[in-house]
Design a protein around this ligand. Structure first.
Ligand code: 13P
Length: 247
């Protein structure tokens, strides 16, 4: 299994004319790192049929497989459309939709039941960091939202400090290293060393071509979850290349 993963989260951006940005990643995508784009659900099917060398994922799913849940999409439906990965617990969904750790855990289990890979997001707010509570918050999120029975090919964890998302602010490399080492230790304590080593840990929050190489050089950083800079191949391609160079 490739250790490195460059994942793009398009959030609520993109229409069919954006699909060319995925095909334009072809050159950058030929290296050692896996490349994933999570477009809005409306584009998954078209993106999955057009993408070469780029995996396609979804940004959320329901906890149930099917039923009376107007407007929602289930993990099996997203798999049927062509998704290989589903993001769970993004801070924007925790904030906008009140998703608790228990909900995120149930969604992650639904992703696994469909045979897909979950990219589970955790991260502290600025207030929590300034109060010195970062590691406590992350420990609580991991305990509450990571299900039992983790395997390295089913779970990726993305550390996305809420204050770094879309702000241009990035934690320094010591802060990223501290958190990633902590996440690996928590996984080791709960699931054992072999599983903990297999789970990929991504950093997310204002990753750009200009800071990617520095972030990818940090121990225990296995890639990135990128928002704004994943929308254009001209921005995301160099990030993928920086990850390939670090692999
Ligand atoms: P930005 O890269 O735009 O800061 O977003 C990060 C993110 O939330 C990815 O899921």
């Amino acid at each position: 299994m490739p250790r490195k993963l460059a994942a793009g989260n398009w959030k609520m951006n993109g229409t069919r004319d954006s699909l060319t940005e995925i095909s334009a990643l072809f050159d950058a995508a030929g290296g050692a790192a896996e490349v994933l784009i999570c477009p809005p659900a409306t584009l998954i099917q078209a993106a999955a049929s057009a993408a070469q060398g780029v995996m396609i994922g979804a940004q959320d799913c329901h906890t149930e497989d099917k039923g009376a849940h107007t407007g929602d999409l289930s993990a099996p439906m997203l798999k049927d459309a062509g998704a290989s990965h589903i993001i769970t617990g993004h801070s924007e969904r925790r904030a906008d939709h009140g998703e608790t750790d228990a909900v995120v855990r149930a969604k992650t289990e639904a992703v696994w039941a469909a045979g897909l890979v979950a990219i589970l997001c955790i991260g502290e707010t600025l207030e929590e960091r300034e109060a010195g509570k970062t590691l406590d918050v992350l420990a609580e999120q991991m305990a509450g939202s990571v299900p039992d029975g983790v395997t390295g090919d089913q779970l990726v964890i993305a550390y996305e400090p809420v204050w770094a998302i879309g702000t241009g602010k990035v934690p320094n490399t010591d802060q990223i290293a501290e958190v990633h080492e902590f996440m690996r230790k928590k996984l080791t304590d709960r699931f054992g060393q072999a599983v903990a080593d297999d789970v990929r840990l991504l950093y997310g929050g204002s990753v750009k071509a200009s800071n990617a190489a520095e972030i990818f050089a940090v121990a225990d950083v296995d890639g990135a979850l990128v928002g704004g800079a994943s929308l254009k191949a001209a921005d995301f391609g160099p990030i993928v290349k920086a990850l390939n160079a670090s692999a």
